[in-house]
Design a protein around this ligand. Sequence first.
Ligand SMILES: O=C(O)CCC(=O)C(=O)O
Ligand SMILES: [Fe+2]
Length: 416
Amino acid sequence: MAQTASTQLGSNAIAHHDGVASLPAPAPALHHLDNSDEPETKEDDDLTFHDLPSFPADVSTAPLLRLNLARLLNHDAAEEAKLWDACQNVGFFYLDLRGGTSSKRDSVHSDAAALDGDTLLHDAAELFELGREVFELSTEEKQSYDLKDQGSYYGYKGLGQGVVDAKGTRDANEFYNVSKDDVLDIGERLPAPEVLQKESNRELLAAFCRRSHAVVAVMLGVLNEKLGLPEGRLAELHRLEVASGDQVRWVRSPPKPTADAHTMSLGEHTDFGSVTVLFNRLGGLQILPPDSEEWQYVKPLRGHAVVNLGDAMVKFTASVLRSNIHRVVNPPGEQASHTRMSLVYFARPEDEVKLKVLEGSQVIDAKSKELNGGGVLQEEEDVTAKEWILRRAMGRRAGGDWKASEGTEAGRSKLY
Ligand SMILES: O=C(O)CCC(=O)C(=O)O
Ligand SMILES: [Fe+2]
């Protein structure tokens, strides 16, 4: 008898499929490892946000694997295998940050002091408050921090100032991007509202960057080993202290009038960079799982980040790793009447890194050969991370060059 995705995935995966006939059928099960023999801890029982309406039980959700930072820090082989699986097959997973603290003696993690999942969760909670303050400023003031005309994607983007498709349909979110280089005093200080110039808030943003980057470094370390790349290869393309397009982003979508309920808040896309660490409280994020035509919600889980890979990892690995298409729609059910805000850390390759297939890995070489044989691997473009990110980000602004903003998954979307 066919199993449902949730029974296949076991207790450690989040999946919900109901039997309501009017809803779309569940997508085919994702590749996975079976974790059903893992005991469920008491803590795992409570993954909901108590101050918000609950995520409805009757919508189809993506059965993403749930990884645990503490286990990855202990070099737990099964956990590393799960990470490898998720990154090859889905490109999205949950990361339980609770209790994920590195021993300072662990020399494998160079920035061990910054590696603290609980403090990262705490910083994220404070940043949700700070984001609220930023968006409460007047539209006129916020608009003065739209740096598009200076050729920058940092700063503010107003509601409807981005497009969600090639026809130019306007988005339904506003966002604010803060540069890692700015808050770590590596790059120039960009114009910003007073509240973001306050030293204590710059320190909070800097701490969030360091801690998110340290979590990303753990992921990159495991992937480096699984790919069989020379030691430290991915790490040396992503040094915290070197200029890069790493950024913090707040995304805010107000509740939509009923007539507009189906307009997208944020259009279908793949992320441009390497690894994205996302903090969600209300639903609305959806992914189009591999081999599926059905968009599925990613249900937010307390204590967890949603982590996904971006196009740079696809390019570095000749598509051994996956950067999955996703979008943001209205939060489901009762959640739709609430303003949705999310907080994101985008880790990207250093500015001058060329987005080319990496050398020195048999796994990547084999994949390149396979794709070349099938004629799928396109000739590599000579593009740096900085150029790529700028082109992709600006192409999504109203009046931008949509075609130039295409990512690695263009073939998956009907909109491209
Ligand atoms: O708001 C979200 O949940 C996702 C945001 C996102 O995908 C992005 O900013 O690239
Ligand atoms: Fe994204």
